[in-house]
Design a protein. Structure first.
Length: 271
C-alpha cells in the first residue's frame, strides 16, 4: 500500500478539552482531520482511518451534563454522523488503525495520566468495519495492561504479532523503548527484534506507538528503529507518541511513515 496524497491543511478541526497542569488549567485544543488517498487497498475497503494520542476529553456542551467522555470515545459518533457522509464513505467499509495513547484523567488537571482505553476501542469497533491497533505507554485495558481477550469481535489488539483483515496484513508493536518495569516499555533490543520479526512477514501496514525519527526534517523518534526499517523492503508504518508538524515522510528505502499523533487521517482508495 502506498499513500499517494495527503491534504496539507486539515479539512476539519474538532475542538476538545486538553488537560492542563493543575485544577482548572484545562484548555480548548483542536484535533486536525486530514484526508488522503492510498493505493493497494483491498476490494472490500473504501478507506482506512488512522489516529493516535487523543489525550483529551469532549467539551462540556457535548457531554449533555454527564461525565465528559474521552475524546476517542466521542469521536467515532461525530465522524460517522457528520464527516463520513460528506466524504461519501461508508463506516462499514472503513478500517481503523489505533496507534495508542487514548487516555486523559477525568478532571483534566494532570498531563500524561494513564488509564482505561477500552471505551475508545469499543466506540471505534461499534462504528467501523474493524479496528486494529497497539497500546500507547499510558493505556490500560480495564485494570490490566493488556486486554485479556478480544475487545470485541472486530477489534484486534496487536503487540509483536499481526492479523489479516480483508486481505490486509496489519502488524503491530505496542509501547515505547524504555525500562521494561514500567507500563508498556520494551528494551531497545526487544523493540528492534519485534520490528525485524514483523518486517520479515512483509506486512502491508506496521503500526507502532514509538517509531522512527526523520532527522532530515528534524522529526523526533528512534534512529535505530529507522535503521531497522530501512534494512527491509518498503512498507507503510503508522506511528504515534511523538508529535510531528507534518504527517507523512518517506525514508531512504521507500517506507512511508504516517505520524498520527493528535491527528486523524482518513485515507480513501486512490482513483
Ligand atoms: Fe505515548
Amino acid at each position: 500500500m502506498r499513500i499517494v496524497s495527503i491534504t496539507e491543511h486539515p479539512i476539519l478541526e474538532i475542538p476538545f478539552l486538553n488537560a492542563g497542569k493543575g485544577p482548572g488549567a484545562f484548555y480548548t485544543d483542536r484535533l486536525p482531520v486530514h484526508t488522503g488517498e492510498v493505493s493497494g487497498l483491498p476490494g472490500d475497503l473504501e478507506a482506512l482511518l488512522a489516529t493516535a494520542d487523543l489525550q483529551g476529553r469532549e467539551r462540556f456542551q457535548e457531554a449533555n451534563c454527564g461525565p465528559q467522555r474521552l475524546l476517542g470515545e466521542a469521536l467515532p459518533e461525530r465522524l460517522c454522523s457528520e464527516l463520513l457522509p460528506e466524504l461519501n464513505l461508508d463506516p462499514n467499509r472503513t478500517g481503523v488503525i489505533l496507534a495508542g495513547d487514548f487516555y486523559t484523567v477525568p478532571n483534566l488537571d494532570k498531563r500524561g495520566g494513564s488509564g482505561d482505553v477500552l471505551p475508545v476501542w469499543r466506540a471505534f469497533a461499534e462504528s467501523f468495519r474493524w479496528v486494529a491497533g497497539v497500546a500507547g505507554n499510558h493505556d490500560t485495558f480495564g485494570n490490566r495492561d493488556e486486554p485479556t481477550r478480544n475487545v470485541s469481535g472486530n477489534a484486534h489488539y496487536l503487540d509483536g504479532n499481526s492479523t489479516n483483515l480483508d486481505s490486509l496484513v496489519v502488524a503491530g508493536i505496542g509501547g515505547i523503548i524504555g525500562y521494561p518495569n514500567k507500563l508498556h516499555r520494551k528494551t531497545e533490543s526487544d523493540f528492534l527484534t519485534y520490528t525485524e520479526l514483523l518486517l520479515d512477514q512483509l506486512p502491508d501496514v506496521l503500526v507502532m506507538h514509538d517509531g522512527p525519527d526523520f532527522p532530515a526534517n528534524d522529526l523526533r523518534g528512534s534512529s535505530n528503529i529507522r535503521g531497522t526499517l530501512e534494512r527491509f523492503p518498503k512498507t507503510l508504518v503508522v506511528r504515534g507518541h511523538s508529535h510531528w508538524p507534518i504527517p507523512l515522510v518517506e525514508m531512504a528505502n521507500g517506507t512511508q511513515v504516517l505520524n498520527v499523533d493528535c491527528r486523524v487521517v482518513i485515507l480513501r482508495r486512490a482513483q
